[in-house]
Design a protein. Structure first.
Length: 366
């Protein structure tokens, strides 16, 4: 007829009669007159800070937990952060929760999530906590980048490098990471026809950086692709107005004009062109052979011209020398002796010198 229930030191009893909650039982022995077995006592441990029960709403509404547990009832626009014994425990989404406070030091921060962005100094700790991934979306903006924060399609703010978090289920969040470092755009393999109808392949390169991240994201679908397209069009316009010789002779002028043409258009979508250059100009095989032959012919003509100039200079020098020797017999005599000295070094030569010259006085030459 009587039933006894024992509640341990770190336990509490949830008393139900006819399936209705009646009271919270403290540690000790409890006797109940229950001939029809209508009483049920659910024993729960307060060492587990979380009170989990299918009838939690009824238990909380009764007020029996007022001095024993902390009841948290979160609305749709609320979230909560839970610390147990000074350690972060969980992120709570909308719903009803109860945590025992008789054994643990429990702290609960209830937050309004009307603004979906989550601002806290302890973001890293919270993001690594239990169930945080179910309640928070985290984004990382790397060094050298900027983050563009859009809420429901509307731009909100730029985010500095670091970790940023947003509540799930509150709004449609989108974050664009935009690289602010200097980058390179290769415009390679462009087949273009010159003004004199020569088809060539050209490789160019642009150095650029994003100076207005918002315009780079909102003005064009893909600012990198837009810059590449503008460079393509500018190259075709520049090369198409030049003949091959002019193009090959002044690639720097082509690069300068390319940079100038692209710069104004790129500025419209937040990109600054730092520099531009023409890396390679590749001619068709037959045109390359022809250019080699032309170059070879030019070099041969230049070599022949140089040879003729040297021969002319040598003859002119000889003529000047002959005039000097003709007007100065003594100098002529010295010149004859120098010649004889050179010949005597290589042959057995006997010479008789007189007043009328070397040719008339040669007696014997061996």
């Amino acid at each position: 007829m009587f039933r006894k229930f024992k509640i341990g030191r770190h336990e509490r009893g949830l008393l139900f009669r006819d399936k209705e909650f009646k009271a919270l039982l403290q540690p000790g022995r409890h006797w109940f007159f229950d001939p029809l077995i209508r009483i049920r006592v659910d024993v729960v441990s307060v060492r587990d800070a979380w009170l989990r029960h299918k009838d939690l709403d009824v238990i909380a509404r009764s007020g029996a937990l007022q001095d024993q547990a902390l009841v948290v009832d979160l609305k749709d626009a609320q979230r909560a952060l839970v610390w147990i014994d000074g350690r972060f425990a969980a992120v709570l989404k909308p719903g009803q929760y109860a945590l025992w406070t008789v054994f643990h030091d429990v702290k609960v921060d209830v937050l309004d999530v009307a603004d979906p962005r989550f601002h806290r100094k302890d973001l890293a700790i919270v993001a690594a906590g239990k169930d945080a991934a179910d309640a928070l979306d985290t984004y990382t903006v790397e060094s050298g980048f900027t983050g563009l924060y859009f809420r429901d399609g509307e731009f909100q703010s730029e985010l500095r490098p670091g970790t940023h978090a947003f509540w799930k289920g509150v709004a449609r969040i989108k974050l664009h990471n935009v690289d602010l470092k200097e980058q390179v755009c290769d415009v390679a393999g462009q087949e273009i026809m010159t003004a004199d109808k020569v088809t060539l392949r050209l490789n160019a390169v642009l150095a650029y950086r994003v100076v207005n991240a918002l315009r780079a994201v909102t003005e064009v679908e893909d600012y990198r692709q837009a810059l590449y397209r503008e460079a393509q069009l500018a190259l075709r316009a520049i090369v198409g107005t030049r003949e091959l010789d002019a193009l090959l002779g002044d690639k720097d002028a082509v690069a300068k004009e390319l940079g100038g043409n692209v710069k104004n258009r790129a500025a419209a979508f937040g990109v600054e062109v730092v520099s531009a250059g023409v890396r390679d100009i590749m001619l068709p095989g037959e045109m390359k052979d022809l250019m080699n032959k032309v170059t070879e012919a030019k070099k041969a003509a230049e070599a022949a011209l140089i040879t003729r100039r040297e021969e002319t200079a040598a003859i002119r020098m000889q003529a000047n020398t002959a005039k000097i020797l003709e007007t100065n017999p003594t100098l002529m005599r010295v010149r004859e002796l120098e010649v004889l000295e050179k010949v005597a070094q290589k042959a057995n030569l006997k010479v008789v010198l007189g007043e009328k010259g070397l040719a008339d006085r040669v007696v014997n030459l061996l």
